[in-house]
Every structure is written in structure tokens, then in C-alpha cells.
Write a protein that binds this ligand. Structure first.
Ligand code: FES
Ligand code: FES
Length: 174
């Protein structure tokens, strides 16, 4: 099967790569770019642990083909922190509100939480729960996750952009 060339910006860095048409975005991110912060928790597009942002909205990267992001901008959990390692407000709120236990769901949950805060800058508990209903957590019972999302909103995270703070630099995968 032939490959197709894609150009995509991931966490502020532009990549030009040849990919097979069947390659999933999550596999491209993890295996080609080494972005293993984006994890795979199921093979049924149910768990949401693979959630990233594509052109500013959350998507389950296991349900998107790499060729579909050609020309697009992807932000992963690894692109959220500032250049000096400063946590994104939603990352900080998850940390401060004990919104994780094993942490497996956390990258996808945080990416989804940022997306929901862009729609609901000050979400009610019901809106927060609805916003993360596509993301499964086996550990926390969701209570502290909802609390963290509301705390992040109070800290102004709803206004925070999901674009990475790092300056974009030219780059490419081998
Ligand atoms: Fe479970 Fe993508 S890995 S939804
Ligand atoms: Fe373990 Fe959510 S913290 S799955």
C-alpha cells in the first residue's frame, strides 16, 4: 500500500511525514513522534484516554486517520505546559484537587476538560459531567475530576487557549 505525505503541526512543531493511509492519528503521535503522553485505553473508541485537540477541538485520536490531519494543528497533553515547565491551569487544578489516581485517563481527561471549558467557561456540575461523559475513569468516581474542572474555571482556565506556549520551530520526523 502506498504512503501519503502529510504536513501537520503538533505541539507547535511542524512535521512533514509519509504515512500509510490506514495509520491512526494516535499511532502516528506515539510511534512516529514519540508523543507517548497520549495513551490508548481501548480498541472501541469508548474510553477517551487518547483525546487530543485537532484545530482547537477535542477528538479521540484513535478514531482519526493521520491523513485526515494533513494541514491541521494538533495539540497533545505534552504541548500544554509553558516553556519553563509551568503547568496549564487545568493540569494544575487536577493536581491540586487530587483528580487522578492511577493517572491513565488523565491526559485525555485534561484535554477534554479544556475543550469543555472553551464552551462553558464556568460550568455547572451537570455541564462538567456531561462534558467529560466520553472519557472513562476507573479510579476516581469522577467527583474530584468535576471539582478540578470547576476549580480551573474559577482560576480563569476557560479563557486559556489550548495552543502550546512554546514558540513554533521548524522540525520534521525522520
Ligand atoms: Fe479508547 Fe481512543 S483509545 S477512545
Ligand atoms: Fe485511573 Fe482515571 S485515575 S483511570
Amino acid at each position: 500500500m502506498g504512503t501519503r505525505r502529510i504536513s501537520v503541526t503538533v505541539d507547535g512543531v511542524r512535521y512533514d511525514d509519509d504515512v500509510e493511509p490506514r495509520t491512526l492519528l494516535v499511532h502516528y503521535l506515539r510511534e512516529r513522534l514519540g508523543k507517548t503522553g497520549t495513551v490508548i485505553g481501548c480498541d472501541t473508541s469508548n474510553c477517551g484516554s487518547c483525546t487530543v485537540h485537532l484545530d482547537g477541538r477535542s477528538v479521540k485520536s484513535c478514531s482519526v486517520l493521520a491523513v485526515q490531519v494533513d494541514g491541521g494543528e494538533v495539540v497533545t497533553i505534552e504541548g500544554l505546559a509553558g516553556p519553563d515547565g509551568e503547568l496549564h491551569p487545568v493540569q494544575r487544578a487536577f493536581h491540586e484537587n487530587h483528580a487522578l489516581q492511577c493517572g491513565f485517563c488523565t491526559p485525555g481527561m485534561i484535554m477534554q476538560a479544556i475543550d469543555l471549558l472553551s464552551d462553558h467557561p464556568d460550568p455547572t456540575e451537570a455541564e462538567a459531567r456531561e462534558g467529560i461523559e466520553g472519557n472513562l475513569c476507573r479510579c476516581t468516581g469522577y467527583q474530584n475530576i468535576v471539582r478540578a474542572i470547576q476549580a480551573a474555571a474559577q482560576a480563569g482556565a476557560g479563557a486559556a487557549a489550548s495552543v502550546p506556549a512554546q514558540p513554533a520551530t521548524a522540525g520534521g520526523a525522520a
